[in-house]
Design a protein around this ligand. Sequence first.
Ligand code: NAD
Length: 478
Amino acid sequence: MTKITVAKGDGIGPEIMDATLKIIMAAGAKIEIEEIEVGEKVYLAGNLAGIAKESWDIIRRNKVFLKAPITTPQGGGYKSLNVTTRKFLGLYSNVRPCMSLHPFVKTKHPDMDIVIVRENEEDLYAGIEHQQTDEVVQCLKLISRPGCEKIVRYAFEYAKQYGRKKVTCFTKDNIMKQTDGLFHQVFDEIAKEYPEIENEHWIIDIGAAKMADTPEAFDVIVMPNLYGDVLSDVAAQIAGSVGLAGSANIGETCAMFEAIHGSAPRRAGQNLANPSGLLQGAIMMLNHIGETKVAEKVQNAWLKTIEDGIHTYDVFKEGVSKQKVGTNEFAEAVIANLGQVPTILKSVSYANSSALNLPKYQRKPSAKKELVGVDIFVHWNGSNPDELAEKIQKLNTPEATLSMITNRGIKVWPEGFEETFCTDHWRCRFKPTEGQKITKVTIVQLLNDALEQNIDTIKTENLYNFDGKSGFSLGQGQ
Ligand code: NAD
């Protein structure tokens, strides 16, 4: 008997959770349920995280969490419970299978069967944002080597376990050479350990276009957090409906399973919602806890029900569907089909589908880190970069020389273009003066000089080489 934490959530959440639990219990799942309250009520009671401390204790103790969608109230500083849960519990891997159910659910892509493996903890979701000048705000994109290694290895191990042939990586490393560049580099490194699985990399823009046009060309696709967030919804929608897809959030000790859709408040309480997305999440949960036989039985019964044309309103189509049913009736139909397999859709076998056992991340030896310059960001309301360069060159720090000024990344000094639009946010790059060395003391001195000369510095970024290799990008146009 495995004890799991269940949250029924908001909107359609309670209805689809009841339907899901009824199905998996009828199939013989050996689980014991401990229910917690999360979401709207908790938020509106003044808890900005949407979850009480005692509930965290329960989630951490049980380690397996089945969660219905919740409503995050608009405004008021409420934090997304999903993002917090993923990060607090280290749920680094988000797995979203998106498979078409042709000809029973309408799709333009009858042969689509892809799994999106999305990095779940870092990237722009670090949520580190600042307004720095009147005109410019910033969001920090953080990508780490452990983050990349863990997710890429997960994608290959998943492909291996589920007999999938290819893992594709999507990044934008032609532009973000450091962050997306690291993700791509780690992908290439780890791919070598799996010679039996094909691997490829696509630049995200054309890769996404190709995925939306010819999804059957892909198998498993691994990507950083934000791209994965957007593209997994696209993939689910073009497979048939976002209402049909489930998602697993997997960490080293805990895991959370859910539907990918939201709480659909307008459909709540009417016995209308499709429980399939949450049921798909629950099936991944059953595999995760080793109840693979039950998972297989439920999935085959669900496929048979879809094939029988018993459909909720969201996928019901005159001529294809046979019977339009509500949430409860759909659950009853799946229960009646337990023990049966589909005849046209492919039945599943989960003999080999329990939780992946991945090695722990091993920290690499530190590289030789050398300070080779500094970027000082300045809030300045002027418009002529030559004027700013003149002011900055007056800073009285002989070890450092101004080498470049950029505005929103594009070089505007020396030899900028008059046509370049400039905001009030300037980056001044200092390199060592010929024959000198820049140290942390030089940087403090530069900031002190700037203060004395009334220059409004807003932040600094140190420029490092790691083992002699540059750890920063050039200015655009440099
Ligand atoms: P949504 O997914 O709730 O709804 C989008 C559309 O899909 C609606 O037309 C809805 O009726 C339909 N739909 C969704 N799930 C369905 C189902 N199971 N059966 C039938 N139809 C279904 O997205 P939204 O309207 O943007 O968000 C509503 C609320 O959900 C918001 O408060 C949002 O913050 C929250 N949300 C929660 C989660 C989560 O908890 N994981 C995820 C996304 C959105």
